[in-house]
Write a protein that binds this ligand. Sequence first.
Ligand code: PMP
Length: 283
Amino acid sequence: MISDMSWADGSFVRYDEMTLSPATHSLSYGSSVFEGIRSYGGNIFKLDDHLDRLRRSADVFGHTVPYSNADLADACYELLRVNELSDAYLKCLVFYDDSDVSFRAQGCSSRVVVFALPFPANSAPANYRLATAMWRRAPASCHPYQAKTSSTYALSYLSYRQKADGYDDVIFLSTTGTVCESSGSNVFFIKGDALLTPTTELALAGITRKVIIDELSPQLGVSVTERNISYAELESFDGAFLCGTAMEITRIACIDEIHYEAAPLADVLATEYQCLTNKKSAL
Ligand code: PMP
């Protein structure tokens, strides 16, 4: 359940007293951008990276965010404090108000809201069964994948809703049949001692993905290759996993009819990731 207090446009407000006009631009036109952020034991994991990405996403949509990253970081920590949250999920949203009912957003102001909820640490599921999404990812020239925008999630929602029974999530393919990502996390494949992951051309540049590439893999002496991965190649891999702020590192049991054994490397990475999230910040 969402905690009692939220932060909206510079002030703390009761969540149940917040109102939103039905003419809010971002409701109709998919112009909001957001971050999903985790706190572990009161330490917010990779907060700077999330706020940097929020600002980059906001720039893509022309939002003006009248707060510095330090202001937003303070708001996030204060929100944890006033709600007495320790292990939590924070959602930070930037969206256009209701000043223009047309798609043009002329005269609209950007609103910034943060709300939080308790979220148990390291509670990722053990493994996931994935089905290919019935919708394909449009080419990069057709969608701003570099932004974490609500408009990306229309297809996540539709595909999730339309997936066959017995599957936990969907995996998106491009129009040329390469693997992109799941509805809400990045994907990695294991081949021997090495990792492969799709490029971020048609996937979000995930912060967990970056932690795996820049921190965990070098620490474990594992190589990572970022390249296009075709659906036909999926049978040749020894294992696979999803990664994301909410999913952490979750093993993939199957993609459609392709089954993956439990790969020790995925387990080691999952454990190392948990250690990292639970490490006290140096501050
Ligand atoms: N792809 C999508 C579509 C997502 O929603 C997420 C979750 N934010 C990710 C990838 C993983 O990103 P991160 O590791 O930054 O949470």
